[in-house]
Design a protein around this ligand. Structure first.
Ligand SMILES: [Zn+2]
Ligand SMILES: [Zn+2]
Length: 306
């Protein structure tokens, strides 16, 4: 770096520090401002043909938080994956529904991040929102990748990796280096389900437990307790967006695309709000364990009889 460029960087850093100090003073506390980003608009994943369609649609929320969505032509589930960067390592949540290579786009993102920061690509931790096949299919490919840890899929592996003392009532934290994530067990859709809260952006990732679509409930008692804990967590934290791992809802309220729909040109936006979570919590708690299929405006409660 030339002295001139160093001077520019010093000036930039000084401005950033002044801005942070000013922001803290403005709020009268040391609580840092949440990092902002852009979710964009629609996350349309394309139609049946893969011609000219990349296997993943990739969009940064900001420089350190990237959202990926698997193309519809590769699997109708078209799940979302999340890549979050800390100073010391990156976390990838989920590996896709299969029939596709998720390692290449993630590699590209890690290298680009490393270039921007003038350092080697960070180690990668691969964890899962839950253990269903449409979220873990790329695990075997990541297991072969250097500098990568793939967390197991069942609740005992998840519990051990994140050091959660009592599953599912306790939560834990996971530090990526200057970026603390809260890990909350949320079984009910699937036994190893977790929610991940990012303290830097205020984004809460909720997997298949809460997204604009059909919330399949396998264990009604566990699901009710998980939704209640999630709602309680949201009341006590600054939550900017709640992001799940599918979109099945149409933009028209109370309507979803039928199971197996590939092309969803008029689908709901990705993010849900705290108010929508509280509405789900109220509906679930009112059922008192006797869950029945219920349409809410943006989600459907869909109990699955064993
Ligand atoms: Zn699932
Ligand atoms: Zn799923």
């Amino acid at each position: 770096m030339t002295p001139g460029r160093a001077g520019v960087w010093l000036a930039r850093i000084s401005i950033a520090i002044v801005a942070i100090v000013a922001a803290c003073a403005h709020h009268g506390s040391s609580t840092p401002a949440l990092e902002t980003g852009d979710l964009g608009g629609t996350w349309y994943a394309g139609g049946k043909s893969c011609d000219g369609v990349p296997p993943f649609r990739v969009r940064p929320y900001n420089d350190d938080f990237v959202i990926l969505r698997q193309a519809a032509c590769t699997n109708y589930e078209k799940p979302f994956l999340y890549l979050v960067f800390g100073n010391d390592r990156a976390l990838l949540l989920d590996t896709g529904a299969g029939n596709v290579d998720p390692v290449t786009p993630v590699d590209t993102l890690l290298r680009a991040w490393a270039r921007r920061h003038g350092r080697p690509a960070p180690p990668l931790v691969v964890a899962h929102s839950h253990g269903h096949g449409d979220h873990v299919a790329g695990d075997t490919l990541f297991a072969k990748r250097a500098n990568t840890v793939v967390v197991g899929r069942d609740s005992s592996a998840v519990r051990a990796f994140f050091s959660i003392a009592h599953w599912p009532s306790d939560s834990s934290t996971f530090d990526l280096g200057g970026r603390v994530l809260d890990i909350l067990p949320i079984p009910g859709h699937q036994p190893a389900g977790i929610a991940v809260y990012d303290r830097r952006t205020g984004i809460l990732l909720t997997g298949d437990t809460f997204y604009p679509g059909r919330l399949y409930v396998r264990d009604t008692a566990a699901f009710a307790r998980s939704i209640s804990r999630l709602a309680d967590f949201v009341r006590r934290h600054r939550v900017t967006h709640i992001l799940g791992t599918h979109i099945e809802q149409q933009r028209t309220p109370f309507r979803d695309y039928p199971v197996g729909t590939v092309d969803q040109p008029d689908e709901h936006l990705l993010d849900l709000t705290s108010a929508q979570l509280f509405e789900l919590d109220s509906a679930v708690q009112a059922m008192r364990g006797r869950m029945k299929r219920t349409l809410l405006r943006d989600v459907t409660i869909w109990p699955q009889v064993p």
